[in-house]
Design a protein around this ligand. Sequence first.
Ligand code: GMT
Length: 377
Amino acid sequence: MKIGIVCYPTYGGSGVVATELGLGLAKKGHQIHFITYGRPARLQSFQENIFYHEVNAEDYPLFEYPPYDTALASKLVDVVKYEGLDLLHVHYAIPHAAVAYMAKKILLADGKYIPVVTTLHGTDITLVGNNKSFAPVVSFSINKSDGVTAVSESLRKQTFDNFAIKKEIRVISNFIDFDRFKKVNKDHFKKAIAPNGEKILVHVSNFRKVKRVEDVIYVFEKVLKKIPSKLLLIGDGPERRKLEDLCRQIGLCDEIRFLGKQDAVEELLSVADLFIMPSANESFGLAALEAMACEVPVISSNAGGIPEVNIHGKTGYLSDIGDIASMAKYAIKILEDEDVLAEFRKNALEQAEKFDIKYVLPQYEKYYEYILETAVY
Ligand code: GMT
């Protein structure tokens, strides 16, 4: 198949999933065309069957904002037409599903039919989509997509609860590529981060409010009272400044390291003992799955789709959103006993294996085939 993939190319989970999906499909012989405004973060080197088309929203003195949607629609029309694409797979309802619909109509006027599959990732539904000014576009573009997938049962339910959806939504979960995400020997990292054998706690996110990174710091503060440990905060985003201030305020600058954005996050996860994800909302929690693939148990909130990934009492523990005391108690329970930690590590890996890309790629391929057979125009 020749498939066009549209996504946000940044460090967010949706861009990661879209890119890894494209790379995986290309390895299986499909021709993949990424159509984005920047090179996707995980698209780093040449690979057979991968093409990249950059969308340039030209600025013009008359425009207050560069017209990204129009530029993307025009690029989609161009790529579908001249590369002979069979299907467009857009990640994120707004604006991608809406823009794909526009491109589809333009192409139809020219006698070319292109089916559109939309994947919902979470913030498009739970945060942005609930903003009343976006809601009509979100509902419309979901209903007008030929196929719709959501990354968890929880997100599927939330979509039906919040919007007037007349379409079937297929759940195809996030996945993990074990060629990349696996525990590797990085003892020199461990020695540098925790020279006295301290336990290493890790959080990875884009430091948005919804991630509740301050809870990570408060949980760590409690853990530190019982267990010698270090905290790595990986990623960057709008809350970082406040978080740095918080670390200074509570005097933990020597114990907490802000590492910023990291490309080889799996190498850091390889030296971690515990991953913390206290999010207020999380449609799936790909970052937790990546940690589990590297044999790291997870202390998380029970928001959204996280319980579909992190199994309470087995791969980690779930607490109510904001319940720092409970999260710290569970973290200590895992970290204070080496046998317990080893058992949770083993369970985390076993659970992550259920989300192996080798099981999920065929689900997308089958879904594309189904859409190509059934789409009516
Ligand atoms: O979590 C983020 O801030 C990034 C966000 C995105 O839209 O890129 O991630 C969402 O999609 C990921 C991939 O499907 C999911 O694993 C994340 O749980 C989801 N984030 C939220 O729902 C907050």
